[in-house]
Ligand binder design. Structure first.
Ligand code: HEM
Length: 562
């Protein structure tokens, strides 16, 4: 057969395929095509927009979004339809619903890693596991972690002290620290027995990169082809590290439980007198249910606010192991899947948030000075650990954390799959099976909600400004029935971790946050890493002035090293 004949057969086959798609899915596609979107082509739809450069891809996607005045964009290929939306009214229709809870099929790439864990499960499995897990992140449980947040934050500062003046990548240190904090708190496993935090954190980062890249390489979508690819083989190797740690954590905690060591009592004994006092401070005030100082609730009341009673205030892994004891409520496999889910969601998100925070402080010296002044008011010259009450006084720091989460939401997009046709507030009807992409990154940079949206302005979170804003216009933790189960944990941990670092160090960086090259590797990151330098903080003295050239060299050096 000559080339012309081959092309003719191929053309005919594609035309038949296209006709079949229009016939089989025509009604659905016609509905979807009313939603505006960039030009699309038969069969390949918008696949031509994919790029192998992740940072460019992120920028291009944001640019496409900015061109849509209605804050809704349709994308797709073959019969698949995806609609991205970021008008808070439309976001509410999806996230606020107690029906539209199914994750989109894009999350299936997580399955070999997270199994049927909370992040990707649906239906009765999700509902029953959520009911079991949500109370383990109630504020009454979290208050018992305060001394552990302190102890780990202090250990991180000790590790950073010899590095003062040197260029470091903040994310390397923060991701290791956040893994270790999770091990000690939610998992109840002593960090001194676990030396694999860094190895685990770096395996997770590489894993996210592979998962993200797979989304943009259609030929790797079929499992069989992916399994044969280099990325598929690398994923297998990374999973051995990731699952190895979680498996050992569960095993260790089971052994400890057999010896009658309960997580809280064990830590109390290990913490010494100072930490026992802290623990008492944390548990004494159980009347305040918020981790937010001004009552700036991150959400309306939800399942994280439901107190299950004193006897059931148990940390995450112990709760799961209790439920698995007779194998009726949870199987051992389900326990490990949930542990994998919490280990991932609980560390990488907060590592990104704290890394962005410190790098922003490194260039926003006035903001950093104000945070330091607030901490000085609370702690004076003492280096005592923070109490839960102290965290409620960190009002300005809290606003800075929220503003960081606004500009750089660690989860920049999330996706749901519609199980029925849904009319959104802007009038369009999204057909059943549509993948709806909710984009916190776009919601948070909408000039209709945030005047001057690209500017870092902690005052965006002054109570009076929050009061006037749509509830769904700030969604770093998602919102509604399927919102982040760890959001109170995250805020409390971030406050203690960051305040401990800022009390000890001044942070200097040289890349303005407007110049960050962002990549949405599942969790938002920077292509150049998170380069900065730390200097010992001396309260009541003029801030360390770092010559501009020196800071630039530090940034470049760190970026190259990463
Ligand atoms: C700054 C820190 C964090 C951010 C920005 C964040 C953000 C989010 C977002 C946006 C979702 C929804 C994801 C989706 O629908 O695809 C989510 C879900 C979840 N997060 Fe977080 N998260 C953070 C910290 C944590 C922590 C510390 C934990 C646990 C210790 C955690 C556990 C979870 C879990 C288990 C889910 C799935 C909930 C469900 O589907 O029912 N997260 N998080």
């Amino acid at each position: 057969m000559d080339l012309t004949a081959v092309l003719a057969v191929l053309g005919l086959a594609l035309a038949s395929l296209y006709t079949w798609f229009r016939f089989a899915f025509g009604e659905r596609l016609a509905l979807a095509e009313k939603v505006p979107g960039p030009p699309s082509y038969p069969l390949i739809g918008h696949l031509y927009l994919l790029s192998s450069d992740m940072s460019k891809m992120f920028r291009n996607t944001v640019e496409i979004g900015k061109k849509s005045p209605e804050k809704v964009v349709r994308l797709g290929w073959m019969h698949r339809v995806a609609v991205a939306l970021w008008n808070p009214d439309d976001v509410e229709v999806i996230l606020g619903s107690s029906q539209m809870l199914d994750k989109s099929q894009d999350y299936r790439f997580f399955k070999p890693w997270l199994g049927d864990g909370l992040l990707i499960s649906s239906g009765d499995t999700w509902r029953s596991h959520r009911r079991l897990i949500a109370p383990t992140f109630h504020i009454h449980v979290l208050k018992q972690f305060v001394h552990l947040f302190n102890r780990n934050s202090k250990a991180l500062c000790e590790k950073l002290s010899p590095l003062t003046g040197q260029a470091i990548d903040a994310h390397d240190y923060l991701s290791e620290a956040t893994v270790e904090i999770l091990l000690e708190t939610a998992m109840g496993v002593d960090r001194s027995t676990q030396k694999r935090g860094l190895e685990y954190a770096s395996a997770v980062m590489k894993m996210c990169y592979i998962l993200h890249r797979r989304h943009f390489r259609p030929w790797l979508w079929p499992d069989i082809l992916f399994g044969l690819s280099e990325d598929g083989r690398r994923q297998q190797r990374l999973l051995t590290i990731i699952h190895g740690l979680t498996h050992d954590v569960v095993k260790k905690r089971k052994e400890e439980r057999k010896q009658g060591i309960t997580a809280g009592l064990y830590r109390r004994a290990a913490g010494g007198a100072e930490q026992n006092a802290l623990l008492q401070d944390s548990t004494a005030d159980c009347t305040n249910d918020s981790v937010m100082s001004d009552g700036l609730a991150l959400g309306l009341k939800d399942d994280l606010d439901e107190d299950v009673g004193e006897k059931k205030r148990i940390a995450f892994l112990d709760q799961l192991l209790d439920a698995a004891e007779d194998g009726v409520v949870l199987s051992d496999k389900e326990v490990e899947e949930e542990v994998n889910t919490i280990m991932f969601e609980g560390h990488d998100t907060t590592a990104a948030a704290s890394s962005f925070f410190l790098c922003i402080m490194g260039v926003q010296h006035d903001v950093q000075d104000r945070c330091a002044a607030e901490l000085k008011d609370i702690f004076g010259h003492s280096d005592r650990p923070a109490t839960f009450q102290d965290t409620l006084q960190m009002k300005y720091l809290e606003r800075c954390i929220m503003e960081t989460l606004r500009l750089f939401p660690p989860v920049p997009i999330l996706a749901r799959r519609l199980t029925e046709d849904v009319k959104i507030k802007s009038g369009y009807v999204l057909p059943e099976s549509t993948t709806v992409i909710l984009a916190p990154f776009m919601v948070h940079r909408d000039p209709d909600t945030y005047p001057n949206p690209e500017k870092f302005d902690p005052d965006n979170f002054l109570p009076e400004r929050c009061a006037d804003r749509h509830y769904y216009s700030f969604i770093p933790f998602s919102a509604g029935p399927r919102s982040c189960v760890g959001r109170k944990y995250a805020m409390l941990k971030l406050k203690i971790l960051i305040s401990t670092i800022l009390r000890k160090f001044e942070v200097r960086s040289d890349i303005p946050y407007t110049d960050y090259q962002l990549v949405g590797d599942i969790i938002l990151k920077r292509k150049e890493g998170f380069p900065l330098r730390l200097y010992p903080r001396v309260f009541d003295k003029a801030p360390v002035m770092v010559p501009r050239a020196e800071a630039t060299a530090a940034s470049v050096g760190a970026a190259e090293a990463s």
